[in-house]
Design a protein around this ligand. Sequence first.
Ligand SMILES: Cc1cc2c(cc1C)N(C[C@H](O)[C@H](O)[C@H](O)COP(=O)(O)O)c1[nH]c(=O)[nH]c(=O)c1N2
Length: 226
Amino acid sequence: MPEICALTQATPFSDAERDAVYKAIHTRRDVRDQFLPDAIPDEVLNKLLNAAHHAPSVGFMQPWNFIILRAQEDRDRIWQAFSRANEEAAEMFSGDRQATYRSLKLEGIRKAPVNICVTCDRTRGGEVVLGRTHNRDMDLYSTVCAIQNLWLAARAEGIGMGWVSIFHDADLRTLLNIPKRIAIVGYLCLGYVDELYEQPELEVKGWARRTPLEDLIFEGKWQGEP
Ligand SMILES: Cc1cc2c(cc1C)N(C[C@H](O)[C@H](O)[C@H](O)COP(=O)(O)O)c1[nH]c(=O)[nH]c(=O)c1N2
């Protein structure tokens, strides 16, 4: 095997670089409605996909694919599938909660000029993948890491992203011709934005609140509800 490795200095980031990383993390938002119609240039989209492709993955499996949808009619068809599922979801809440749910905009499928379906090939790398032998879902978690990379890189480029999961899996599978061995992990809407909520929109609209971090940290063992 050729020797390609050389360790490099793990110098801490400069203050400005470090601030930029935390800025991306803390100002990233799930975007549903603020998309501008401007096209995302191919080289920028490629940078985002390359950021996703540099995510960690179990056994370096790189199980992801990215299905890009740009045509309005394709996105319209996906929106129909969302709309059916969203109506079912609304029915699962009652009273005021249902009214609030119905008032929320939960996708930007038609407004965002680019949609990306991120999939995970559960057979990539063969039967035995390092690190996945006892935990079969590690390939899915790896794909989620890729999505988060994409989300943060998008923020840095001034591109908003929204994750839409209100679908029947079978509907997306049929519309996008996705075979059974491929898992659908995320359906993403992307487009330039010039405004973002300062806090999660679901918090601003009274649906949910951020849990205090200290309530989520345990020392040494599980200390929550048994
Ligand atoms: C796996 C997954 C799936 C979804 C989401 C996120 C994730 C991680 N989110 C976005 C979610 O509501 C949002 O991240 C939280 O409300 C926190 O807000 P910010 O992302 O910080 O803006 C989301 N939002 C939405 O409007 N419709 C959706 O179907 C989904 N689905």
